[in-house]
Design a protein around this ligand. Structure first.
Ligand code: HEM
Length: 633
């Protein structure tokens, strides 16, 4: 049956041919639901089941491992903690997912042979990406949410660079509208994998989902941030990050940072230090090392939980996704049952967190090239920060403080940004970011200030040459052989487009696409397709990007030993696990360290929504099970 179906999309034939009879039936169901374009209109339970089906099919037939693993076994009892470079996370091999391992693939590398400059990245940037006028995303997502995802990105991924540089010049026809006539950058460094199926690949310099954004991704990084007293990390008196003699922040990742990003780093250093204080009270015998290790486990789990059941739910505001994400963490039986009885019966009923064994679906864990590509979300960034006056009293019912000043984003980047943040302070910055909507992920909304950007290297030092980020991002996906939009969709078992009108109803967009790509829909760059696609109501991202999120969001949890086998009181301590279980949102963390801030300045229910918006009424938990604080929604 699947074979017949695959005639519609010949590229799916190899996958269909490998399928078991049962999976072929599921495959057809998935295809029919997609064809009717209505999965997100299914009732919650059916919607969740559909997403589960998709995940199952993809993991079984499309996930690809890149590079070798050494099969070196170790004693998990001895390495009961998160190591500095992310080693010893997977029971069967000490290197899986650690610093310097290969990015995997959600699908085969691009099979089309378009040239690297076809069409020219600067033309794509100028004609389709550059911001004409800032478009915000309504009240759904604020600047804290935008910084949060950068904070997570720096925990998960960063491509190793080559020493060799490339220079791209803007073609004459658009040179007058490009801020840089040409720009230089380092190639992504490619390595032989030793694997005949995939000869070459790229290395990820970050580690698993282990908080490396505050702890560093190797021994040197970890030593830099620790005080070596009571397990704590270095933090300034004013609650912000400390700086070294060059003014560079002392933190786990200092590449391409800005004030909003370092604000979140500081908040979670504070959280780590608070966990150390709590553990010391309950376990006075623990020495510095032991306190550090337990506190790191707890704080990393708090971050993962906030990302799963708070940030993602705001990003994809539909009942199905609220349910899906909570099921990932707590299972169908829900939080109450899990708190009472623990992980009792498998991933569906009790969630992925706390599974008895990590699951990798036969493919060693790594993040993927496609995952990096769908997280290219620089359009979330605004042009200016609206600094609010938090010394005043709220002037209106919606708790919104008046604007004091508009600060250009460029002044908030790197060392200058750190100085500005020290003058502003934690509370004023957090409240200002909370009240400001971030940009929409749509065409013509890529920040123009990023088209002439001085980037920072892994040591936080300024690069000598400015770059055009919008053009560079187009180049990067092609350089890393990420499939272009239509091939990408086919590989996700999604229906490809046949004409521009299938992508969008916007005539101006169709015209611009035709001008850049002619009528060749296969040539459409992934980043452009993701930004042009019609959005599902409630989603801040495209459906195509969403399917990669869906796959990786689960994989990051289920393949990690510290979210599965070792998510227990023995590894985290009783009190440590209790800390994770009681923390449900970023708001909880802010309230813990800055009591009174959200009460005074926030009207909505999640710290990631614009703070003067109404509380989000959608809730998956049935009324009779909701905690008192949520009963009125
Ligand atoms: C002011 C804030 C930011 C600055 C200055 C910045 C700058 C940069 C720079 C210079 C790169 C490397 C480009 C290259 O050589 O390929 C990069 C990569 C990236 N950024 Fe940002 N960025 C910021 C915020 C964000 C945000 C909010 C996101 C949201 C998801 C994001 C996602 C990414 C991703 C996914 C990559 C690719 C990483 C890789 O290639 O491994 N960035 N950014």
């Amino acid at each position: 049956m699947a074979f017949i179906f695959s005639f519609v999309h010949p590229q799916l034939r190899p996958i269909a041919a490998k399928m078991s009879f049962f999976d072929a039936i599921l495959f057809c169901v998935v295809h029919l639901v997609d064809k009717w374009g209505m999965w997100h209109r299914l009732p919650v339970i059916l919607g969740v089941a559909y997403l589960g089906l998709r995940r199952h099919l993809h993991q079984r037939y499309n996930l690809l491992h890149v590079g070798g693993i050494n099969g070196f076994k170790y004693d998990p009892e001895k390495y009961w903690y998160r190591t500095a470079d992310g080693k010893c996370n997977h029971p069967s091999d000490d290197r899986i997912g650690s610093q310097g391992t290969f990015f995997g693939r959600n699908m085969p590398p691009a099979s089309t042979n378009y040239e690297l400059l076809d069409p020219h990245p600067s033309v794509v940037a100028a004609k389709l990406l550059t911001r004409k006028k800032f478009i915000d995303n309504g009240k759904q997502f604020n600047l804290i949410a935008c910084s949060w995802i950068q904070f997570m990105i720096h925990d998960w991924i960063d491509h190793m660079e080559d020493t060799q540089q490339v220079e791209i010049g803007a073609p004459d026809v658009i040179a007058s509208v490009c801020p840089l006539k040409s720009f230089k950058f380092h190639k992504s460094k490619e390595f032989f994998t030793g694997d005949p199926n995939m000869n070459k690949g790229f290395l990820n310099t970050r580690t698993p989902w282990d908080g490396s954004v505050i702890y560093g991704n190797n021994d040197a990084g970890m030593i830099r941030v620790r005080t070596f007293k009571d397990g704590k990390l270095r933090l300034s008196e004013d609650g912000l990050l400390q700086h070294d003699e060059k003014g560079i922040p002392v933190s786990g990742d200092v590449r391409n940072c800005w004030s909003g990003f370092s604000l979140l780093q500081a908040l979670f250093v504070k959280e780590h230090n608070a966990v150390c204080d709590m553990l010391k009270v309950h376990y006075p015998d623990f020495d510095d090392e032991r306190l550090y290790r337990h506190a790191r486990l707890v704080t990393s789990a708090v971050m993962a939980k906030i990302h799963t059941i708070d940030w993602t739910v705001e990003l994809l505001r539909t009942d199905t996704l609220v349910a899906g994400m909570r099921i990932n963490w707590y299972g169908f039986l829900g939080k109450r049952i899990k708190d009472l009885f623990g992980h009792v019966c498998g991933p569906i009923f009790s969630g992925l967190v706390g599974l008895r064994k990590p699951r990798d679906h036969g493919v060693p864990y790594s993040l993927t090239e496609e995952f990096v590509s769908v997280y290219r979300m620089h359009s979330l960034l605004p042009d200016t920060l609206l600094l609010r006056d938090t010394n005043s009293s709220p002037t209106s019912d919606d708790k919104c403080p008046p604007i004091l000043e508009e600060i250009p984003m460029k002044e908030l980047i790197g060392l200058q940004g750190e100085t500005r943040l020290s003058n502003i302070g934690m509370e004023q910055m957090m409240v200002s970011m909370g009240h400001q909507a971030c940009g929409a992920l749509t065409l013509w909304n890529y920040p123009s200030w990023m088209r002439n950007l001085i980037a920072h290297d892994i040591n936080g030092e300024e690069r000598p040459d400015p770059i055009d980020m919008a053009a560079l991002e187009i180049y990067r996906d092609r350089e890393r052989r990420v499939a272009r939009y239509n091939e990408f969709r086919r590989n996700l078992l999604m229906i490809p487009i046949r004409k521009w009108e299938d992508l969008t109803d916007d005539k101006e967009v169709v015209e611009a696409l035709r001008e850049v790509y002619g009528n060749d829909v296969e040539k459409l760059d992934l980043l452009v397709g993701l930004h042009a696609e019609k959005m599902i109501k409630g989603f801040a991202i495209s459906e195509t990007a969403f399917f990669i999120f869906l796959l990786i969001a689960s994989r990051r949890l289920e393949a990690d030993r510290f979210f599965t086998t070792n998510f227990n009181p023995k590894t985290y301590t009783d009190k440590g696990l209790e800390w994770v279980n009681k923390t449900e949102s970023l708001k909880d963390v802010i309230d813990r360290h800055y009591p009174g801030m959200t009460k005074k300045w926030m009207q909505c229910s999640s710290a990631f929504s614009v703070w003067n918006s109404m509380p989000n009424p959608r809730h998956y938990i049935p009324l009779y099970l909701r905690p008192a604080s949520l009963k009125r929604y």
